[in-house]
Design a protein around this ligand. Structure first.
Ligand code: NAD
Ligand code: ZN
Length: 353
């Protein structure tokens, strides 16, 4: 679990105080990995507390993080600075948070990031790392994984060293998220709840977090105060609780199939989950009905015909990726999941997206 967290509007201002205690020496910088969307935005960048050799690196979140991107960042940091950094601070959405977790791990572990995609492969503790979300829903701020696309697979670095040492939850930071992106990333949280609460892996720990997150999602996406301060506060906490819920259970069918879309077509996590979930009435009837109500409340039109020109080979790549997510299927449908989920079944669902 994350060992320390602060929450509150304006809590970003506490960063200086938090980091002060963690600086190892003047040659050991803090490296801030910041979403490029904030470049030139003084409201955020002027409040990043820089001293000595500290450096801000702006990174685009247009594409999801890749293992080679992590390796390049680590190489840059090692070559540039005399000492290992005092800490890595990720400021952004799931993309920047996962990159920051992975970089902090790879600064103390040999080899390449792709060697650690999987479960509990990391040997040495990561360097101190802080997560500051600027968009809410993925739960990446609280989770035990850093999801990366590698040469062979899209899979997380799941380990006890992955979670942040400190998280700063400042709902003011999610103020300017454009509505469609607010919806897609927010729906990641809603889908985490539905998949966790309807899964066979459910237990009292996951259920307690999942139910609270679902209640908050309903207030945010079906209530009367769409993108208000109250909604920002609630969505930030929904994301946290949704992440805690899946940490002790698992996600399900929308995530398994969305990984296929992401791997083949580069479809991003939030929107990909929405495109898939929209077609899963058969498996999550009530969740999909409620999702459609939220979609219409936010006037969201999902892309259509994503798979209409795909070849057999391309369908097979997506189906292989989706089927490889065994724990997700098992959580969704139980041990005999492969009796219902055949290649033909998956193809028929992909074909209508
Ligand atoms: P993101 O980080 O990809 O960002 C989405 C878009 O929103 C980007 O264009 C970004 O620049 C923009 N943005 C972010 N904050 C903004 C702000 N305050 N104002 C305006 N624009 C802003 O989005 P995401 O949906 O949070 O993250 C998706 C990633 O998270 C995927 O790579 C996915 O694999 C990963 N993920 C990780 C976990 C985990 O547990 N580690 C869980 C789910 C998803
Ligand atoms: Zn997700």
């Amino acid at each position: 679990m994350v060992s320390k967290v602060v929450f509150g509007r304006g809590s970003f201002n506490q960063l200086e105080e938090i980091l002060l205690l963690k600086r190892l020496n003047v040659n050991a910088p803090f490296i801030f990995l910041v979403d490029e969307v904030f470049q030139g935005n003084d409201k955020i960048t002027s409040r990043i507390p820089l001293a000595y050799e500290d450096e801000v690196i702006f990174i685009s979140a247009k594409e999801e993080p890749k293992t080679c991107q992590v390796d390049a960042l680590v190489e840059y940091i090692i070559l540039k600075f005399k000492d290992r950094p005092s800490g890595i601070i990720g400021i952004g959405g799931g993309t920047l948070l996962d990159l920051s977790k992975a970089v902090s791990i790879m600064l103390t572990n040999e080899g390449e990031a792709q060697d650690y995609q999987g479960w509990d492969l990391v040997k040495n503790p990561a360097i101190y790392h802080v997560g500051i979300p600027t968009i809410s829903g993925t739960g990446a701020e609280v989770s035990r994984t850093a999801v990366l696309t590698g040469p062979e697979k899209k899979l997380g670095i799941n380990s006890d060293y992955t979670p942040f040492d400190q998280v700063v939850l400042d709902p003011e930071l999610i103020d300017n998220v454009p509505t469609p992106q607010w919806f897609f990333t927010g729906m990641d949280c809603y889908i985490h709840c539905i998949e966790s609460l309807n899964g066979t892996y459910l237990n009292a720990f996951s259920q307690s977090y999942g139910e609270k997150a679902l209640e908050l999602c309903r207030e945010v996406f079906l209530g009367d105060h769409l993108n208000t301060q109250a909604a920002q506060d609630k969505l930030m906490m929904a994301s946290w609780h949704g992440g805690m819920s899946i940490a002790y259970s698992q996600v399900g069918i929308a995530h398994a199939m969305s990984y296929g879309l992401s791997y083949l077509l580069g479809t991003k996590h939030g929107i990909g989950n929405c495109i898939v979930f929209d077609r899963l009435e058969e498996f999550y009837p009530e969740g999909v009905k409620e999702f459609k109500a939220m979609k219409s409340k936010f006037n969201i039109d999902l892309p259509q015909g994503l798979c209409k020109d795909l070849s057999d080979k391309e369908f097979n790549i997506m189906i292989d990726v989706a089927l490889s997510m065994v724990p997700l299927w098992e959580n969704a449908l139980g041990k005999n999941w492969n009796k219902t989920i055949t290649r033909e079944k998956l193809r028929s669902i992909y074909e209508i997206m």
